[in-house]
Design a protein around this ligand. Structure first.
Ligand code: G1P
Ligand code: ZN
Length: 540
């Protein structure tokens, strides 16, 4: 065992979801080690504890795991459970942490960001409840990184993490386990696998795009092996260190192969994609895209069709920029609707306290109290369960019927990626300084504008500056926030929403239906003048 002297690195501050940097930053000597030691120093006594470790398989995953194993052994852990091949999807990590009641886990992922030697890497600590560390913990970790002077590590050869089995590392046991089995078993308790199997047997067809990221092995096991979807249902199923050069973000732009298949003449009934670490999902019907906000609402409205949710929901939580479609379902069900800041970590207390059962974000994240992360395949299985039970209805039929019942929350997000950070900060400061209440903008009157602040209803913790909201008297909204997950420049996200009760207008393209609000948003934030951009880079 060695104590290695080190000095702090600036900027080891976890963002919306862990510490994300370019690989070139992570491979600097001591960079990863400093952060891992700061985690171990910040989470209480690690002696005799068990830790879960795994990642999305991206470049540097394997190297980082070997380092973390050696450091865990030197920091007194009794056991580390590692997913075979270093693979562990984010929701599966949460599942395993909870099932084996470990002292949390370390997940190596930069989620939907590209991977490879010149791309991104990331690391985050999840607490024993299975969810992302709350801000109090991430702040303690960051504070520790800024004063760190040494770390503990043991020397030794790399362990074989590609085969199931046990190894010793000093006094610590390393158990290489099947990353899919526990997760697949959990899914079988939540959904009606018999009904889904029967649907596939009677000709229901789907395509799942794993985007050469972590969900490939999970999807093959669950969809093809356990549910009987025909072989080849899962495309891009092999996890690759650079995701095959793609951008593993399941949206209409990056999941283009899937979109192409679902909009082709002989399209299957259902299509879905997941991201780098398996916590995001995109859902499509034949020629029909379901926004994540609508998906959450439809899943909530139909949840009792699934065995795991047959007793009903305790509440529904969504992030503030997510559309209010789910709130309408909650109102009808007579259950609470919670509005939290962006980032899954804010759902943890509500789930732990039994105040919410389903949660979702507009950023292709949906999940429930079965784990403490959003869960891509879970959402896909829930849709499959609902489709199997509402036999004969297509994805489009189900969503249109939902709109007819509840009205449509027409919604879109415009991202301006890779803009100058100083310009982005100035734009936000400009918005923060506006006082708009009562003003007419276009045909709309401003009811309130503020910077969203949140007091956690369970633990009372307060989070401020969570996004600029401009809410109009008719309930329409524009939200502006800067991304907290990027590694280059800044990304401005503009979220636009309007409620449309008139069924005759539900077919309209959101970009058309929201055109007035989109113009107001651009003018208000002076986007073009301040960023030099006259078009967003990604529209979802
Ligand atoms: C983005 C999403 C957010 C999500 C996070 C992690 O964060 O907007 O909803 O929780 O990724 O997947 P952002 O880059 O906006 O900070
Ligand atoms: Zn992710």
């Amino acid at each position: 065992m060695k104590t290695v002297a080190t000095t702090p690195f600036a900027g080891q501050k976890p963002g919306t979801s862990g510490l994300r940097k370019k690989v070139s930053v992570f491979i600097q000597p001591h960079y990863l080690e400093n952060f891992v030691q700061a985690v171990f120093d910040s989470i209480g006594d690690t002696t005799g504890k068990t830790l879960v470790v795994g990642g999305d398989g991206r470049y540097y995953n394997r190297t980082a795991i070997q380092t973390i194993l050696r450091m865990a052994a030197a920091n007194g852990f009794a056991k580390v459970m590692v997913g075979r091949g270093g693979i562990l999807s984010t929701p599966a990590a949460s599942c395993v942490i909870r099932k084996y009641q470990t002292f949390g886990g370390i997940i190596l992922s930069a989620s939907h960001n590209p991977g490879g030697p010149t791309e991104d890497f990331g690391i985050k600590y999840n607490i024993p409840a299975g969810g992302p560390a709350p801000e109090s913990v991430t702040e303690a970790i960051y504070a520790r990184t800024q004063v760190i002077s040494s770390y503990q590590i043991i020397e030794g050869a790399d362990l074989d993490i590609d085969h199931l089995g046990r190894h010793s590392l000093g006094a610590m046991v390393v158990e290489v386990f099947d990353p899919v089995a526990d997760y697949a078993e959990l899914m079988e308790t939540l959904f009606d696998f018999d009904a889904i199997r029967a649907a596939f047997r009677s000709g229901f067809r789907m395509k799942f795009d794993a985007m050469h990221a972590v969900t490939g092995p999970y999807a093959v096991e669950i969809l093809e092996k356990r549910l009987g979807a025909h072989m080849g249902t899962v495309m891009h199923g092999e996890p690759l260190e650079d995701f095959g050069g793609g951008h593993p973000d399941p949206n209409l732009v990056h999941a283009h192969d899937l979109v192409h298949i679902l909009t082709s003449p002989n399209a299957p009934d259902f299509g879905a994609a997941s991201d780098g670490d398996g916590d995001r999902n995109m859902v499509m019907g034949r020629n029909f895209y379901v926004t994540p906000s609508d998906s959450l609402a439809v899943l909530a409205a139909n949840a009792t069709l699934c065995p795991g949710y047959a007793k009903g929901l305790a509440g529904i939580a969504r992030s503030m920029p997510t559309s209010a479609a789910a709130d309408r379902v909650a109102a009808k069900l007579g259950i609470p609707a919670w509005e939290t800041p962006t980032g899954w970590k804010f759902f943890g207390t509500l789930l732990d306290a039994g105040k919410a059962t389903l949660c979702g974000e507009e950023s292709f994240g949906t999940g429930s109290d079965h784990v403490r992360e959003k869960d891509g395949l879970w959402a896909v299985l829930m849709w499959l369960n609902i489709l199997a039970k509402r036999k004969g209805e297509s994805v489009a039929d189900i969503v249109r019927a939902h709109w007819a019942e509840y009205g449509r929350n027409v919604y879109s997000r415009h991202d301006y990626e890779g803009i100058d950070s100083a310009a982005a900060d100035a734009l936000m400061a400009h918005l923060r300084g506006l006082s708009l209440k009562g003003q007419r903008l276009g045909g709309f009157t401003v009811a309130l504008n503020d910077d969203f602040a949140y007091t956690d209803p369970v633990d009372g913790s307060v989070s401020t500056k969570q996004g600029i909201r401009v809410v109009f008297t008719d309930g329409s909204r524009i939200v502006f926030r800067l991304s907290g997950t990027g590694t280059e420049g800044a990304t401005l996200r503009v979220y636009i929403e309007r409620y449309e009760p008139d069924t005759a207008k539900h077919h309209l393209d959101p970009q058309v239906a929201l055109a007035d609000l989109i113009t107001i948003a651009r003018d208000l934030a002076e986007i073009e003048a301040r960023t030099g951009r006259n078009e967003p880079t990604v529209i979802t």
